[in-house]
Design a binder for this molecule. Structure first.
Ligand SMILES: [Zn+2]
Ligand SMILES: [Zn+2]
Length: 252
């Protein structure tokens, strides 16, 4: 059902009005430079800091989501890396470049537990999804899980928290405890693409395959590097009967 544009505009005005009143009583500050925000500021970021988000704009590789900048690649909708590669996922979408403010934000969120940055990162993803993908094509949202020991040490799974925000914002059901990590893997950071693939093989499992059966799934992760983690999750999801797996990462 399409929303009436007039209702949408009135709703936006009311929202901005409420925002203005709240800002007067409880002023908001940019999470980075701490300057005072005005009521139009999105993301809890001032306009200057918001400029530091480096969004990845279409055209993208229809497989791995890399930005395409050569005419030959644009013609075939694919990057050189994916031209003869097979993945278990159907598509990856990455919203931003892993640099500047977004990189800083991911670090604050993951390692310094600055949960306020969760809203910034989720908002970036929601906006990106609405601009580049039809959320109606998603039945269920899930996230790349952490091993239970890592989850215990960190106290939260950053991808779960983001997936939960997206699920609420888009009104799409989420499933955050079905896909699980059963193998403790070494950090992928120092490994090359082939080693990453081997390291992650067999790392995931699904408790209740029925829940994923015939569903178009949106799989959330924070950073895309070689895609091996997402691909291994997608393999398990497809094995459970998922119809489609689209991966969404904040950055790459
Ligand atoms: Zn700022
Ligand atoms: Zn590609």
């Amino acid at each position: 059902m399409r929303k009436d544009p007039e209702i949408q505009t009135s709703f936006l005005r009311i929202k901005q009005g409420i925002r203005r009143v709240i800002d007067l009583i409880y002023p908001r500050f940019c999470v980075f430079c701490h300057s005072k925000l005005n009521s139009n500021s999105d993301y809890n970021l001032c306009s200057q800091c918001a400029l530091e988000i480096n969004p990845i704009k279409a055209p993208f590789c229809l497989k791995c989501g890399a930005k395409l900048d050569q005419l030959s690649q644009i013609r075939y909708n694919g990057c050189n890396r994916c031209s003869n590669k097979k993945y278990h996922f159907d598509q990856v979408l990455s919203a931003c470049k892993y640099k500047g403010m977004v990189k800083h934000c991911i670090h604050l969120f993951k390692y310094k537990r600055k949960r306020k940055t969760k809203n910034i990162l989720s908002d970036i993803l929601i906006r990106f999804l609405n601009e580049n993908f039809c959320p109606k094509n998603i039945d269920l949202i899930t996230a790349v899980p952490l091993h239970k020991h890592k989850l215990r040490d960190r106290g939260f799974n950053q991808s779960d928290l983001i997936a939960d925000k997206i699920s609420t914002a888009l009104g799409i059901e989420s499933s955050l405890d079905n896909l699980c990590r059963i193998k403790k893997t070494v950090s992928q950071v120092t490994l090359n693409a082939q080693q990453r693939q081997l390291n992650i093989l067999g790392a995931f499992s699904c408790k209740n395959p029925e829940e994923f059966k015939n569903k178009r799934i949106l799989l959330i992760d924070d950073i895309f590097t070689t895609g091996s983690t997402l691909d291994e999750c997608a393999r398990v999801l497809k094995q459970s009967g998922a119809k489609e797996v689209t991966c969404l990462t904040i950055a790459r």
